[in-house]
Design a binder for this molecule. Structure first.
Ligand SMILES: CC(C)(COP(=O)(O)OP(=O)(O)OC[C@H]1O[C@@H](n2cnc3c(N)ncnc32)[C@H](O)[C@@H]1O)[C@@H](O)C(=O)NCCC(=O)NCCS
Ligand SMILES: Nc1ncnc2c1ncn2[C@@H]1O[C@H](COP(=O)(O)OP(=O)(O)OP(=O)(O)O)[C@@H](O)[C@H]1O
Length: 292
């Protein structure tokens, strides 16, 4: 590789890490989100706040950059790359826990964005959202033989109890909540004239309307999850977060989910994934001058 190509690769890896961190910062700053940490406060959480979430997001930059570089070195989806980013993901999680003093701020986000950053780095000229999600799914389906024996997570417990597929299933299926719900809603709301805040809130609600969020199942059971899904649908069906009626429904949903302790952390991670893929497509249009 000549020096200019090497510089371009380096810049692309840095850019992907920037965009992943930016997506996390944009997700947490977006307000008012139902029962989640945002600029108003901690939602249903006692151990999370805005500053902690931001510090956590910044701490993940080197991990995302390293995943992008590993993908560039390998150049394709392989079992070796899967195991390499598994190790980098665990190191990123350890750094997150160091920065947050042991609080889980972004476990699900490291998983989702880590896979998407890796998938984007493999083929910078093939970065249409669906293509990136497809490559990320292929990676997520590969086994990680280096995965250490883990103590049972909240996610694993509720997946067994309710028969849902959780964060792994979402990734292995090609992020349907992002590709079929979050991104189309983000763009539909923009086209309908919503300001960016409302378009992003609507995207979050579109994800919440169908997601089997293991955070919610763990914290508030099946009733909490159905409440989240129905409440999110009610906001969208009454005109979305930009409409007066939609805002009334959104306020009610926030109060109900906080009372149930039902924070949709998985949906928040997938909103960050949506914002990442949206920015990636815009970047590619600028760099390559074509629709992805
Ligand atoms: C797959 C992960 C998320 C573990 O999931 P599990 O469900 O067992 O654990 P846990 O309950 O601790 O975390 C799940 C997190 O995912 C998010 N989430 C919840 N529900 C969903 C859902 N339906 N879809 C997507 N994300 C979700 C939430 O943020 C939640 O906190 C991950 O931590 C993991 O195993 N990583 C291994 C490291 C790795 O291979 N990394 C490679 C890519 S970076
Ligand atoms: N803005 C946000 N507000 C709250 N949670 C978020 C936000 N964005 C993302 N999340 C996700 O929610 C998850 C935190 O949920 P939760 O506190 O239920 O995790 P836990 O550590 O598994 O559970 P517990 O705190 O009950 O022990 C994080 O993994 C994070 O990915």
């Amino acid at each position: 590789m000549n020096a200019q190509a090497a510089r371009q690769e380096q810049a692309w890896a840095d850019r992907l890490a920037d965009q992943a961190v930016q997506a996390l910062l944009d997700e947490v700053a977006l307000s008012p989100k139902p029962a989640l940490v945002d600029q108003r406060g901690s939602g249903a959480h006692r151990d999370l706040n805005l500053g902690l979430m931001q510090a956590s997001a910044w701490s993940l930059w080197p991990g995302f950059q390293a995943m992008a570089q590993a993908a560039q070195a390998e150049g394709q989806v392989t079992p070796g790359l899967r195991e390499c980013i598994g190790q980098l993901g665990r190191e990123a999680e350890a750094e997150m826990l160091r920065v947050t003093d042991g609080v889980n701020t972004h476990r699900g986000a490291i998983w989702a964005l880590g896979l998407l950053v890796t998938a984007a780095a493999i083929a910078p000229d093939l970065c249409e959202a669906k293509a990136v999600a497809y490559r990320a799914a292929a990676l997520a389906r590969l086994p990680d033989r280096q995965l250490p024996a883990q103590s049972t997570s909240h996610g694993q417990r509720v997946m067994q109890r309710y028969g849902v597929r959780g964060a792994r299933g979402e990734a292995q299926a090609g992020f349907p909540s992002v590709v079929l719900n979050g991104l189309p809603q983000l763009r539909a709301s923009r086209r309908a004239g919503a300001i960016e805040t409302n378009a992003r809130l609507d995207a979050l609600l579109a994800i919440m309307a169908t997601l089997e969020d293991t955070c919610v199942l763990h914290r508030a059971g099946l009733d909490g999850m159905l409440c989240m899904q129905q409440g999110a649908r009610a906001v969208l069906e009454s005109g979305g977060s930009a409409s007066l009626l939609g805002r009334q429904h959104l306020r009610a949903l926030d109060q109900t989910l906080v009372a149930l302790n039902a924070s949709p952390g998985g949906a928040a991670d997938l909103l960050a994934a949506t914002l990442f893929l949206d920015a990636l497509e815009s970047d590619a249009q600028r760099l390559y001058g074509r629709d992805c």
